[in-house]
Design a protein around this ligand. Structure first.
Ligand SMILES: [Zn+2]
Length: 138
């Protein structure tokens, strides 16, 4: 191909990668091919496990049911694919290390940390916060 069509060899990598990855989920392809992209893959997993709660009044029941079904199906497919890569995805859901002594809770979706007195992450449309595990309990 390179001898007959030298200009085509510039695109050979694109053509071969497209065919090799055409059935792959983009997140799985990213996890398999770009180890440095782990934070982006983990963020995608957290978004699937902790979807942004939409305004209740604006979402019809059928849409909410379809959205929840899609998230569950995609979550299952994605985690199964990551497990075939021997990718330890479950650590993406672990609590972060507290950045401040007075950090009392974190947002499971964006991992922002909050002092006591807050119960929701405004950046994530009101996602409920999760209290840090009590260090005295462990
Ligand atoms: Zn958040």
């Amino acid at each position: 191909m390179m001898t007959l069509l030298p200009l085509s060899c510039m695109r050979a990598r694109d053509v071969l990668a497209h065919r090799a990855l055409e059935d792959a989920d983009p997140v799985v392809a990213l996890a398999a091919l770009v180890p440095a992209a782990r934070p982006q893959v983990e963020a995608t997993l957290r978004q699937l496990y902790f979807p942004t709660p939409p305004p209740e009044l604006l979402e019809p029941e059928e849409l909410r049911t379809a959205r929840e079904w899609f998230h569950a199906a995609y979550r299952q497919r994605l985690t199964a694919a990551l497990e075939t890569l021997r990718w330890t995805w479950s650590t993406a859901l672990d609590p972060p290390r507290p950045r401040q002594r007075d950090a009392a809770a974190y947002c499971p979706r964006c991992l922002d940390q909050f002092r006591a007195g807050r119960s929701r992450c405004e950046a994530c449309s009101g996602q409920s916060l999760v209290a840090f595990p009590d260090p005295a309990a462990s």
